[in-house]
Design a protein around this ligand. Structure first.
Ligand code: UDX
Length: 413
């Protein structure tokens, strides 16, 4: 009897070429692979992500060719692409393939991108009063909308229009949790009018392979092992954020006068306006043994360490979820785009963060660190953070909201 060979079905996942986008996409790949037993697609690092619009134009043709080649021998069940890799939608549309958007930022960030495009189309953004609240988006102010320090408003709006375009996508999966941002989730669901599945935090749902683009310095864990429980503030500004030399100096001085122990990640090339290298600069500044500095840390391990009490962060969405997932309250110093909205939610909605706004001065650093590490206010934030941690843990367990959402999504494949 002739046995018919089963054709392998593939999922194609397309991450944006940046650390904060690759991590959740790899985690999703693992989650789907575990449940569906599909081979994890080859994921390719497409290079630096600063020129997303250009990238989209250039990748469209080669991606379409690649799909065409794959389709000769394979059945493609679905293409899941990062919202910023929107060129994928146009390419798969021609092959009539099922496609799904993965949003690696928060639901609120997605909503904010929509709103920013609408406001821009109506009267432009120039006349809006920065401090005022955006109607129906409490607590987001106009200044918290995801404008970028790396691009003009026109460029951001062009990009956002594309990322918000659902095209032929059959659904959107988001690395968030229903209970964290229910109103944004519902707004999005109404606006998009296709199923939206909040399935995060993905890093808590599965232990995905390590995806770090930079080498993690494990020595900081040994240093943390020597510290007292709940005594260290961890400082990291993600993979993009830049600091001026004078800000770094104010920060170091504020940390010094706060008398707290700290673990600080300073990426090579992340300090601008410095005549000397970061390493030399830091040797000069940090003379105390209360501080430890690395170029890149195993962040999830650091946040899970019992010595870590608080996180000074730029509030990238992954850092936010990783901190919430470990019950670590935050000092929020957003730098650009969605980080501003995340910081607002941390401070005003979840009430587990303190935002430091305006010029970074040593006194402000000292004050914020003490509020979180020493004061009763910080204790309350810690308690709230721990309670949120439990909610997030529950969401990815059997019958949890994100667990169910992932199952619902898988049923559609
Ligand atoms: C980018 C955007 O800047 C951010 O606003 C958006 O939400 C996601 O994409 P990034 O700035 O790198 O991300 O920040 P974040 O989202 O926090 O992601 C950083 C990732 O790098 C996290 O998963 C974090 O665990 C990891 N990391 C960071 C390390 O592994 N080691 C470090 O030392 C610092």
């Amino acid at each position: 009897m002739e046995k018919k060979l089963a054709r392998r079905r593939r999922l194609v996942l397309v991450p944006a070429p940046a650390q904060g986008h690759i991590n959740p996409m790899m985690q999703l790949a693992k989650a789907l692979h575990l449940k569906e037993n599909l081979p994890v697609s080859d994921l390719k690092n497409l290079g630096p992500g600063r020129f997303l619009i250009k990238l989209a134009k250039e990748c469209y043709v080669s991606f379409k060719e690649l799909l065409g080649q794959l389709l000769v021998n394979e059945e493609i069940a679905c293409v899941i692409y990062d919202e910023f890799m929107y060129f994928v939608e146009a390419a798969v549309e021609e092959f009539k393939l099922r496609n799904v958007i993965l949003s690696t930022t928060s639901a609120t960030a997605f909503v904010c991108r929509f709103v920013m495009c609408k406001l821009y189309a109506k009267d432009g953004l120039a006349q809006l009063k920065e401090e005022e609240l955006v109607p129906e988006l409490y607590p987001i102010r106009y200044k918290d909308l995801p404008s970028s320090v790396f691009a003009s408003v026109e460029c951001s709006v062009e990009l956002f229009k594309n990322t918000c375009y659902k095209g032929t996508a059959s659904s959107v999966i988001i690395n968030t949790v229903r209970c964290l941002e229910i109103s944004s989730f519902e707004w999005l669901q109404r606006e998009l009018d296709i199923p939206v599945y909040p399935i995060g935090p993905l890093h808590m749902a599965v232990s995905a392979p390590r995806t770090s683009l930079l080498e993690e310095n494990e020595s900081c864990i040994e240093w943390l092992n020597k510290q007292k429980p709940s005594s260290v503030i961890y400082i990291s500004l993600g993979s993009f954020t830049m600091m001026e030399t004078k800000e770094v100096l104010e920060m170091a001085s504020g940390l010094d006068s706060s008398n707290q122990h700290f673990l600080w990640v300073i990426r090579p090339g992340s300090v601008s306006g410095s005549e000397i290298s970061e390493e030399e600069l830091l040797k000069k500044m940090v003379t105390t043994d209360r501080g430890y500095i690395v170029k890149w840390a195993p962040q999830k391990q650091v946040l899970a360490h019992s010595a870590v009490r608080a996180f000074w962060s730029h509030c990238g969405w992954n850092s936010t979820l990783e901190s919430l997932g470990e019950g670590v309250p935050m000092i929020c110093r957003p730098f650009t785009t969605d980080q501003k909205g995340n910081a607002r939610y941390l401070e005003c909605v979840w009430k587990v963060g303190i935002q430091v706004e305006g010029k970074l001065e040593r006194s402000a650093v000292e004050k914020a660190v003490k509020r979180l590490m020493v004061d009763e206010e910080g204790e309350e934030m810690k308690r709230r953070a721990l309670s949120l941690k439990e909610k997030l843990k529950d969401s990815v367990l059997a019958q949890g909201s994100s667990h169910n959402s992932l199952d619902d999504f898988i049923k559609t494949l």
